[in-house]
Write a protein that binds this ligand. Structure first.
Ligand code: SAH
Length: 223
């Protein structure tokens, strides 16, 4: 078989294309989001035992009892932010680094915060290896990252008890915050738009399931 044929039939490449079709059929239409999902190697962000399942549309376990979000969740949250290339985006909950890679692939300036140092370190290494320039920070993301505020968009990839006020205030006017809000087992995905200096609109995009957001403006650490 020629090299080119090998490339065309690369099993993971085919699986990525199938996943994109599946996401399109589930209502994802933002072409920049779909192109990023078709480009980013999700398998690189997974523990070795999970690699064969990289392109199933499901959340999968990573280290520290955390999860890499379902591709549909990543796609619908990212689409809801209505991003344009070059925007400044803050992610709370780096986890595996996959969502951050999707944002970077879409041409965003990405800052991401993770509370578990080991996860942050791993994500930083994988992102660099995969060629993504992402600013990875360790700490409590519920209080955002004021040094780089305001942001065009903020994406919280863990479930909060309420909309973290500090994050809402780190948005530009017109900026959007996607945050799952609810109890520890299930949440509604809110998209909060800052419409004026002291005014925010909230849109409810329906039910989702995330691991808890733990921090000053999140849940208390249950350990
Ligand atoms: N975006 C991730 C999914 C991560 S799961 C990905 O693409 O893989 C949610 C992550 O949020 C977990 O890694 C968890 O440790 C982290 N987290 C929870 N509370 C946090 C907080 N207050 N600040 C930063 N990270 C937090």
């Amino acid at each position: 078989m020629s090299k080119q044929n090998n490339k065309i039939t690369s099993p993971l490449g085919v699986q990525r294309t199938v996943l994109v079709k599946e996401l399109r059929s589930k209502g994802i239409s933002d072409t920049n989001v779909l192109r990023a999902i078709e480009t980013v190697h999700r398998e690189a962000f997974l523990p070795a035992a999970m690699v064969s399942r990289a392109y199933e549309d499901t959340a999968l376990p990573i280290d520290n009892k955390q999860t890499i979000s379902q591709p549909y969740t990543v796609a619908s949250m990212t689409q809801a932010l209505r991003l344009e290339p070059q925007m400044k985006v803050l992610e709370i909950g780096t986890g595996s680094g996959y969502q951050a890679a999707i944002l970077a692939e879409m041409g965003m300036h990405v800052f991401t915060i993770e509370r578990h140092p080991i996860l942050s370190q791993k994500a930083r290494e994988v992102l660099a290896r995969e060629g993504y320039n992402v600013n990875c920070r360790i700490g409590d993301g519920t209080i955002g990252y004021s040094a780089q505020a305001p942001y065009d968009a903020i994406i919280v990839t863990a479930g909060a008890p309420d909309v973290p006020e500090t994050l809402a205030k780190q948005l530009k006017i017109g900026g959007r915050l996607a945050v799952p809000v609810g109890d520890k087992s299930s949440q509604q995905l809110y998209v909060v738009t800052r419409t004026a200096d002291e005014k925010w609109d909230v849109l409810d995009l329906g039910p989702y399931k995330f691991v808890p957001l733990i921090g000053i403006e999140g849940w208390e650490d249950g350990r």
